[in-house]
Design a protein around this ligand. Structure first.
Ligand code: 13P
Length: 335
């Protein structure tokens, strides 16, 4: 087993999933301001540290994706955040893209930036303790989109990113997110997501990526939020597995879904159904941001000193998702 493969497996095996706490300062500020908490560096650290010190971390959270600000912050005991995460047997990770910008010659689409200077930034993140990374490409579905140009250019960037990350002995999370915004059907989402993921792996193979040391972070197959054609969870599971079976090379050890704006319990239920249906060899787990943090953030915002109460809310969500990653979740357990 290669070192990269064993890091990947440590993060996603035995029902463990990933906590995506890598919101940029701009996004985190929006989340905090929405619950009337001032977005200061201290408050951003305080909420995140509360989650990272929760008791569910060691059993449920195999890896945490951090943002540049957080990975460099010092705790009161002078330790840094990666040391805290490692001390609870979880793996620190880092978002390394610098965001999605307008794609030249296709102004309604995005290209993710961040390749310039990446090799040096990766070395720094490795020294700070990171052992895996994330890069998100983003695609929207309309009649004309995603265009061949967006599919190709984002796949190319994801492959160049992955090569640099593996060169630095870290596991790249490859995240091509086909957004759920829009009025497309689930069938459209299936077709477009399959095409996007296939193209990503073609490019990863061209760039000689060790696929056993990669984690794919895709969207589930859903109908667009404005379509009014929401499909049942069982159908989500069936289509999602069909998509991944047809697009992901068998060497890839695992898949960790993003929640993408689904409600917390919905994201858990869909993951559980996916694992019930999963006959592939891929591990299928979660890499949730909003669907792991929303309730905890809301609770915390009412009393910033209630660490224990906040952790209780977070522990519950983490446990529910870990059960779903083992297809052992049921609705009754939510109460
Ligand atoms: P959500 O689960 O909130 O979609 O966030 C996951 C993520 O990391 C997006 O890049």
């Amino acid at each position: 087993m290669s070192e990269l493969n064993s890091i990947a497996l440590k993060i996603i095996s035995n029902g463990k999933g990933i906590l995506a706490a890598d919101e940029s300062t701009a996004t985190m500020s929006k989340r905090l301001e929405a619950v009337n908490v001032p977005s200061t560096p201290e408050n951003r650290l305080s909420f995140r540290q509360t989650l990272f010190s929760s008791s569910s971390m060691s059993d449920c959270i195999g890896g945490v994706i951090l943002y540049d600000e957080t990975i460099k912050q010092r705790l009161l005991n002078k330790k840094n955040v990666p040391e805290l995460i490692t001390s609870v047997n979880s793996v620190p990770g880092i978002k390394v893209d610098t965001g999605a910008k307008i794609l030249a010659n296709s102004p309604n689409e995005k290209i993710t930036e961040g390749l310039d200077g990446l090799r040096d930034r990766l070395k720094e993140y490795y020294k700070l303790g990171a052992r895996f990374t994330k890069w998100r490409g983003v695609y929207n579905i309309t009649k004309e989109h995603p265009s061949k140009l967006a599919i190709h250019s984002n796949a190319h960037a994801l492959a160049r990113y992955s090569a640099l990350v593996q060169e630095c002995n870290m596991v790249p999370i490859v995240e091509p997110e086909v957004l759920m915004d829009g009025n497309h059907s689930a069938q459209d989402c299936l077709i477009k997501t399959t095409e996007v993921i296939k193209r990503c792996f073609e490019e990863l193979i061209l760039h000689k990526i060790d696929l056993t040391g990669v984690i794919l972070k895709p969207n589930m197959i859903l109908a667009g939020t404005d379509s009014g054609k929401k499909i049942p969870g069982k159908e989500v599971a069936k289509l999602t597995i069909e998509c991944l079976k047809n697009s992901v090379p068998s060497e890839v050890p695992g898949i960790a879904f993003l929640s993408g704006g689904q409600a917390e319990v919905e994201a858990t239920e869909n993951l559980n159904l996916i694992n019930k249906e999963n006959k592939t060899n891929f591990i299928m787990t979660y890499s949730y941001g909003r669907a792991l943090q929303q309730s905890a953030l809301k609770y915390w915002s009412k009393n910033l000193n209630d660490i224990e109460g906040t952790q209780k809310v977070f522990n519950h969500r983490a446990k529910m998702n870990t059960l779903a990653a083992k297809s052992e979740w049921s609705k009754e357990l939510e109460n």
